[in-house]
Design a protein around this ligand. Structure first.
Ligand code: NAD
Ligand code: DAU
Length: 369
């Protein structure tokens, strides 16, 4: 495949950082520019290992700064946008929806305007271009226990302000293809887990609370179902769409890994108990954890007030991606969870800095001048 020059928005966030690492590993000669506003969820330290690569550049900017994006697309001669930047946490959207409309709806419109002006109406139009929009299965709403999984033709029924803002962004991306001919693709993915995930989301929050001996807050009765995918598989699915997906199309990513929240939290408890059994040093590193004092992690499970409007079940039918592009996830859930726990154990400094806020003071290494 010909080399690309990519703009990755939101590349200091969880999935964007994993995607940036993964892309540069597989395409070491591509130009990669990460643009990120470094909101509370942006952590430049997640890109530390890439900072000194010639092919990599970090730009601290907001996607709503349309003119800056235009200048960047022109100066760097970028031909591909992979758009991750968004407010992404449902609970925060319930308390403050405005930021979600600003970044997810208006921010996506701003990027589309910039892409159109440079790639369709500019003076030095690249021979090919692609705008890939990273979206979520939450736009489809909630499933009952026996409902078939979401397909690409499931009606949009977003229930949270987050989901509604992502639905709005999906519609704008679609409209820019139909109205102006922008070469777009969209992927709608299920719940991700893996390295560099901010510990406000279920799996990293539970892991950190388990290690610190804090309560494990399960919303409602814990019966809600999510379809979990390792972030590496999400990144590989996006890469497959970029490389072989048809412009104007949407692709679901995920599938086949539905878990009730309570069962998942119990599985995490077993995993942590087993890890402490296998590695006695963990007891001195994490003396507050239940297994450090002979207790069981399950004792930390605490049922708390449910999330308002809590979607009951998500499930992805990924047969379009599998059939058209031959893509299937590589990680098993058991192995993926164990590897993720290992990552949080091995990268304690990363999550401690997030918890105490010092990640915001981190300064990227620079070449001597
Ligand atoms: P995240 O919250 O970890 O990271 C979001 C990143 O976007 C942060 O680095 C933040 O600083 C940046 N950002 C936010 N607003 C910005 C703005 N206005 N301008 C520039 N940068 C801005 O999110 P994530 O979990 O990595 O999700 C990334 C994308 O994937 C989102 O679009 C989300 O909707 C989608 N998605 C997430 C999941 C999941 O399980 N996490 C699943 C499916 C889809
Ligand atoms: O489905 C894809 C979506 O998955 C993404 O679009 C979102 O960006 C991402 O945040 C995620 O949304 P969820 O709301 O499903 O993820 P979260 O990790 O917040 O919660 C997962 C489930 O666990 C959900 O049913 C709520 C529940 N939960 C969550 C937290 C944080 C708890 O029971 N306790 C908790 O403390």
């Amino acid at each position: 495949m010909a080399s690309r020059r990519l703009l990755i928005t939101g590349g200091a966030g969880f999935i964007g950082a994993n995607f940036t690492h993964d892309w540069l590993r597989r395409h070491p000669h591509d130009r990669v520019v990460v643009l990120d506003a470094l909101t509370y969820a942006g952590n430049r330290r997640s890109l530390e290992a890439l900072e000194l690569l010639d092919e990599f550049r970090f730009v601290h900017a907001d996607i709503n700064e349309t003119e800056r994006v235009v200048a960047l697309l022109q100066q760097e001669r970028l031909d591909t946008i992979v758009h991750f930047a968004a407010e992404s946490h449902v609970d925060r959207s319930i308390h403050g929806p405005e930021a979600f409309v600003r970044s997810n709806v208006l921010g996506t419109l701003s990027l589309l305007q910039a892409a159109r002006s440079v790639w369709l109406d500019g003076e030095d139009v690249p021979p090919t271009h692609r705008f890939h929009h990273v979206s979520t299965d939450e736009v489809y709403g909630s499933l009952g226990p026996e409902d078939p999984a979401f397909t690409e033709s499931t009606l949009y029924r977003p229930n949270s302000p987050y989901a509604a803002s992502k639905a709005g962004s999906d519609h704008l991306v679609r409209a820019y293809h139909h109205t102006y001919g922008l070469q777009v693709t969209t992927s709608n993915c299920s719940n991700n887990y893996g390295p560099y995930q901010f510990p406000e989301k279920l799996i990293p929050l539970m892991m950190v609370h388990l290690l610190e001996g804090k309560p494990l807050p399960v919303y409602g009765d814990g019966s809600n179902v999510r379809d979990w995918l390792h972030v590496d598989d999400h990144c590989a699915g996006i890469a497959a769409v970029l490389e072989g997906g048809r412009p104007g199309e949407t692709y679901n990513i995920g599938g086949g890994n539905e878990w009730r929240n309570l069962e998942l939290v119990e599985a995490l408890c077993e995993l942590v108990d087993a890890e402490f059994g296998a590695d006695p040093e963990l007891r001195s590193r994490f003396p507050q954890a239940a297994p450090a004092t002979g207790g069981s992690c399950r004792d930390q499970i605490t049922f708390v007030t449910d999330r308002p409007g809590h979607d009951q079940r998500y499930a992805i039918d990924d047969s379009k991606l599998a059939g058209e592009l031959g893509f299937e996830p590589a990680w098993s859930f058991r192995e993926g969870l164990a590897a993720t726990l290992r990552w949080y154990l091995d990268n304690e400094a990363w999550w401690r800095a997030v918890m105490d806020g010092s990640y915001r003071d981190w300064v990227a290494p620079q070449y001597e001048t």
